[in-house]
Write a protein that binds this ligand. Structure first.
Ligand SMILES: [Zn+2]
Length: 309
């Protein structure tokens, strides 16, 4: 075989090109860990190609009840950014922060993002908090992401965190953020239009997950299957609720996908109300892939339930 200069140069060139490609693929991505699948979705929208995001929970889990696991600690050890829902919804994240000992993610550090910062909260307790109020939702209702308008505040908090993690990418993040805000506003306008005919619709919800959704779209929450947040229903509570639903002509029971159907089905049997099972987060049911799908689906289901009346 004779030495061929051109051939050798070509091989060298190809090797260099492959190395450049490899280096590109391995470029520093911002490693993000989120408490919820909705935070993951919003972070991917704002972070674009610069982020690799993992959610610690799936959309069909009750975020109050996630159990910390060693595999989660491992994810936090390697992460640049941690996004949490905050308030007392994901208190399990605190034990993970303590166990992972990653100084980037300590409370107040550059990589710590509480998505609830600056959020206008509902059901904020006034005066003394005592045990009779139940032991969750003590700082106000933490299910704020169920008003799509609040996604803008979440995205803003995430944007600030991403900029701290990669200041050189600020322009890219700003552009992604602006596109996300625009899409949120457009979708919100459409959903408000669709919900306008349902204004004042009385619903009973399983958990108090829906006050932000109800306030945004004009639903009237007449009661909850749970007597207090986190407390399973007793027979006497359900009997009282049947009376209330009949007296107030409540036709819809809205239940989160991860709660047992027994209570809602009992109420439906006694009152004739329709049960709407809804995903409250991205991935909560098979047909809810994204955060925006959550609203698309629950609004479609509410429209169907209201039509049946
Ligand atoms: Zn809750």
């Amino acid at each position: 075989m004779t030495w061929n200069k051109d051939e050798t140069m070509k091989k060298l060139f190809l090797t260099a090109a492959a190395l450049a490609l490899w280096a590109g693929a391995a470029r520093a991505e911002i490693k993000v860990v989120t408490a919820s699948s909705d935070l993951k979705y919003i972070c991917e929208r704002v972070g674009g190609a610069e982020v690799k995001v993992e959610s610690l929970s799936s959309g069909d889990q009750d975020l109050h009840m996630v159990e910390p696991r060693p595999s989660m600690v491992f994810k936090l050890k390697k992460a640049d950014l941690l996004l949490r829902v905050g308030l007392d919804l994901d208190m399990w994240v605190d034990s993970l922060i303590n166990a992972a000992r990653n100084p980037r993610l300590f409370y107040g550090a550059a990589g710590y993002v509480d998505a609830s910062a600056g959020m206008a909260l509902l059901e904020k307790p006034e005066g003394k908090v005592d045990a009779s109020m139940g032991d969750i939702h003590i700082y106000g209702n933490p299910h704020y992401w169920l008003d799509p308008a609040n996604a803008k505040t979440m995205a803003k908090n995430i944007l600030a965190g991403l900029k701290r993690a990669a200041p050189e990418k600020c322009a890219e993040f700003d552009a992604n953020y602006a596109a996300f805000i625009k899409e949120t506003d457009e979708k919100l306008a459409g959903w408000q239009q669709r919900m306008a005919p349902l204004k004042g619709l009385k619903v009973v919800t399983y958990h108090s997950s829906w006050p932000y959704f109800a306030a945004r779209f004009g639903l009237d929450v007449a009661g909850h299957v749970e007597p207090k947040p986190g407390i399973p229903p007793s027979a006497s509570h359900l009997d009282g609720l049947v009376k209330k639903m009949k007296a107030e002509n409540v036709k819809v029971i809205l239940t989160e996908s991860y709660y047992p159907r027994k209570g809602p089905d009992f109420l439906a049997g006694k009152t004739g109300a329709a049960v709407v099972t809804a995903a409250v987060s991205a991935g909560g049911t098979k047909d809810v892939g994204t955060y925006f799908d959550v609203f698309e689906r629950v609004i479609t289901e509410l429209e169907k339930a209201a039509e049946k009346k």
